[in-house]
Design a protein around this ligand. Structure first.
Ligand code: GUN
Length: 291
């Protein structure tokens, strides 16, 4: 069994980007600048956004963190997005999800200039992805493709089961892995909360991408020998033995599934760090495209 070490691979990618940035600086070029908008103070979102900003600093990007209060109106957020759209100093930006209830997420995503949409969530970029045109690939699916590729996991002709149909992970993952591309060319099945005989389907899978948001849902009896397992889930589970009162759990029961798997991602240290690395890669791409 091989651990798909997202922490290590993401560090390799960040080093590659840092080298690129050094070359940009020596040529007197502008370095990439990422802005992140965080509305409210959700603990997990704050952790993710801070990790993204810190990663920028480490590799030599400029970064701006915009923190808005929980009660921010949709109008005020749209105004902030417009400012970022027209600010030539910003190459790309993200609005961390989820947003508070008073704000319409779709409206917000549609307000972002597609050329600065380094999360790849704007409908134009989702369409470009679906048509296999140049775009910003959403960072989590992009990170999974990169991880599979760097570990040379064969995907062509394999049965892939994507668990979950979210706009951020499950849906784009299923599209990308069915395309004729590196880490693609697979036969993809999407399963979700209404799927019947779910375990019968997962047992047929050569590769499983678990992104349903239910901790430790996929267990050893639901998979076949030598399965490749990608765990996208990350949930805080109460744990009195931990100093902070919780532990992080994935959508996969690592203990039982890892006994059968040929490759598996850990949580934490699997998909999460890859997401950040690919966001940085998209920001570099945005800088290069803006010329
Ligand atoms: N919330 C969970 N994942 C993501 C992500 O990749 N980007 C943004 N903006 N919000 C998220």
């Amino acid at each position: 069994m091989t651990i798909l070490d997202g922490k290590k691979v993401s560090n390799d990618i960040k080093e590659e980007i840092a080298e690129h940035v050094k070359a940009m600086v020596s040529k007197g070029e502008k370095v990439p600048h990422l802005a992140a908008v965080l509305v409210g103070s959700d603990g997990a979102s704050m952790t993710y956004v801070n990790a993204k900003v810190k990663a920028c600093e480490r590799i030599g990007f400029n970064s701006t963190l915009i923190e808005l209060p929980e009660y921010t109106s949709e109008e005020a957020l749209l105004e902030k997005i417009n400012e970022l759209n027209i600010n030539d100093d910003i190459d790309g930006f993200i609005v961390q999800l989820p947003l508070p209830d008073q704000i319409d997420e779709q409206k917000v995503l549609m307000a972002i200039d597609p050329d600065k949409d380094v999360d790849g969530f704007h409908p134009v970029n989702v369409g470009r992805m679906a048509l296999d045109l140049p775009t910003f690939l959403p960072a989590t699916p992009y990170g999974i493709l990169e991880l599979l590729e760097r570990y040379q996991v064969e995907t062509s002709g394999k049965n892939v089961v994507v668990m979950g149909r979210s706009h951020i992970v499950g849906r784009p993952m299923s599209i990308l892995m069915s395309q004729k591309r590196k880490a693609g060319d697979a036969t993809v099945t999407v399963v979700h909360s209404r799927t019947k005989n779910l375990a019968e389907i997962t047992k047929q899978a050569d590769i499983i991408v678990a992104a349903i948001g239910i901790s430790e849902f996929l267990t050893g009896d639901m998979v076949k020998e030598d399965v490749v397992v990608i765990d996208v889930g990350i949930t805080r589970v109460p744990d009195a033995t931990k100093k902070n009162g919780y532990r992080l759990a994935g959508d996969v029961d690592f203990k039982s599934v890892s006994k059968k798997a040929s490759f598996i991602t850990p949580v934490p240290g699997g998909v999460g760090p890859m997401t950040i690395a690919m966001l940085l890669k998209n920001t570099l791409l945005a800088r290069e495209r803006h010329g």
